[in-house]
Design a protein around this ligand. Structure first.
Ligand code: SF4
Length: 530
């Protein structure tokens, strides 16, 4: 490359950076609303924080009149090396800001423990997230960030959120940014949060502009932007923005499709977050990758899923039956990494939809337990030309069975025991607070044997000191007596357990409002009245 071209490029780059910094200074001085900047560790948010830092440094001290909060999200399942580097950067930004007297504060936002990835999967049995049921982004990223914003709104009345979004990232991203922009104004209305506005200082930057800026202007807090550059080069992956606007979430695809996602992300088919690091020699991460692949693999395993939804609703999925060479097959369609499969129709028990209940009772089938009874129900439907068609359907899937949840915990703890973080001897995959929460949920849902402490001590080889010591409701022999009684009277033991847990939760309370509602909900669960 000739010298002339380089200097032209630098001049153009200088101008772009200068304009961006001037615009940021103007926006900053415009009012007293504090700024909240989302920092993910990726290139776009790094540019934004660096531009703001530079802009504030150039302002006279008496004009630094309001706070800029730099927030990063920690989903509690972040890729280990990435979260370390984000922590380090946040510390450096904070130290440098203090040194230079800038009104800048760094914060980490985390999901509430009862909404963490593991509490939802192992505690409540949520199936691991995928493209169709991506429950994680809201709970792990958006809600915690929004809570931070709402807290600031309640302190200051209004806030400005600074996002590292760019129009050229994708057509839909560009359209979203444009649709929220009020002409002539720097700030856009936040799509869901009242009293929050959005400012996108690099909306007109191209990806080349981003790298030009990062590689030509050293990080004021002493990070090496070339390291970030090489991270992108060998991960060939996208950005994982700290999504703080639901409208941008939908265009973001999976934030797991990058080095900056969660290590356990099951939304993507191939995990780039861990693979890239392992290929670069971080072999200690291999057990995490194996576990993540296993978790993805069991997601649609019918034997590990309940056959009704969390609150007892039963639903049916129509299945296709195809005749091939004189044999009827049930077609299991391709989904994610699962291949299309054909299962002989004769392997199924086929019952009329209206006879399902008596069939389940007669065969003592518990829809919440492990296993798949290979049941198909039939019903009649009128075809387009008025003829009557026989349709086949199978019970739709619900949360993981209790057995599967115990298995996931068991395997996760095994990985935790095995994994050797080179720099952090206290590295853990699941926190004790999460285990305590999971234990509470299990106890409430009828785990009267209190399985969690024993799974833990069996895998880890030592007893943990569990703070919440819930006295078991019944002793072991009382539980088996109760099970026998349920058998004798043809009652569902799970319902009895739920009823006893509800009564226990309300016992001792003066006002027991809500008790009857909960009992009614339990007794009217769909699956009990098929
Ligand atoms: S990285 Fe994957 S698991 Fe984590 S929040 Fe994003 S989509 Fe969900």
């Amino acid at each position: 490359m000739s010298k002339g071209i380089i200097s032209n490029m630098l001049t153009k780059q200088n101008e772009l950076a200068r304009n961006a910094i001037e615009e940021i200074q103007k926006a900053y001085k415009e009012d007293s609303r504090p700024w909240i900047v989302g920092y993910s560790g990726g290139k776009d948010s790094t540019v934004v924080v660096q531009l703001i830092f530079d802009a504030l440094c150039d302002l006279p001290k008496n004009e630094l009149h309001k706070k800029v909060y730099v927030i990063s999200s920690d989903t509690l399942v972040e890729t280990p090396l990435i979260i370390n580097s984000i922590n380090q950067t946040l510390r450096r930004i904070q130290d440098e800001a203090l040194k230079r007297g800038l009104p800048l504060e760094t914060h980490k936002v985390k999901p509430k423990i009862d909404q963490s990835f593991w509490v939802n999967i192992i505690g409540r049995g949520y199936p691991s997230p995928n493209q169709q049921f991506r429950w994680c982004t809201d709970r792990l990223k958006i809600d915690p960030a929004n809570q931070f914003v709402l807290d600031k709104v309640s302190d200051f009345g209004e806030v400005i959120m600074i996002l590292g979004v760019r129009e050229d990232e994708s057509v839909s991203r560009g359209n979203t940014i444009r649709s929220h922009t009020i002409s002539g104004k720097l700030f856009m209305k936040h799509t869901t949060l009242a009293n929050a506005y959005v400012y996108a200082p690099i909306r007109y930057f191209s990806v080349d502009d981003v790298w030009d800026y990062l590689l030509n202007y050293p990080s004021p807090w002493g990070d090496d932007n070339y390291e970030l550059y090489s991270l992108y080069q060998d991960s060939n992956s996208g950005e994982c923005p700290l999504v703080i606007d639901k409208a941008t979430k939908d265009q973001a695809g999976s934030c797991g499709n990058s080095r900056f996602g969660c290590w356990v992300c099951t939304v993507v088919n191939e995990d780039k977050a861990l693979n890239g690091f392992i290929q670069n020699g971080h072999d200690w991460l291999k057990p995490l990758l194996d576990f993540r692949n296993w978790l993805t693999g069991i997601r649609d395993d019918r034997t590990r899923r309940m056959k009704y939804r969390m609150h007892g609703q039963v639903y049916f999925n129509e299945v296709k039956v195809e005749e091939i060479d004189g044999t009827d097959y049930v077609v299991v369609p391709k989904k994610g990494s699962r291949r299309k499969d054909l299962i002989k129709l004769e392997e199924y028990s086929i019952i009329k939809r209206t006879e399902l209940n008596s069939y389940l009772n007669a065969n003592n089938i518990d829809l919440s337990a492990a296993g798949d009874h290979k049941l198909l129900v039939t019903y009649k439907e009128e075809g387009l030309d008025g003829e009557e068609l026989t349709k086949y359907a199978q019970l739709g899937l619900g949360p993981y069975t209790f057995e599967a949840r115990k298995e996931i915990l068991n395997n996760l703890l095994k990985v935790q025991k095995e994994v050797q973080h080179p720099d952090d001897p206290h590295f853990e995959l699941i926190k004790k607070e999460e285990l305590i929460e999971i234990r509470k949920i299990w106890l409430k849902n009828g785990d009267w044997e209190d399985s969690l402490p024993s799974i833990y001590s069996e895998v880890m080889g030592y007893e943990e000191d569990w703070d919440v010591v819930e006295k078991p409701i019944f002793e072991k022999d009382q539980i088996s007596d109760l099970e026998l009684l349920c058998d004798e009277y043809n009652l569902d033991i799970n319902v009895i357990k739920q009823l006893v847990s509800i009564e226990k939760a309300y016992s001792g309370l003066k006002v027991r409002r809500g008790l009857m509602d909960e009992i009614r909900k339990t007794l009217t669960q769909d699956y009990l009245h098929l």
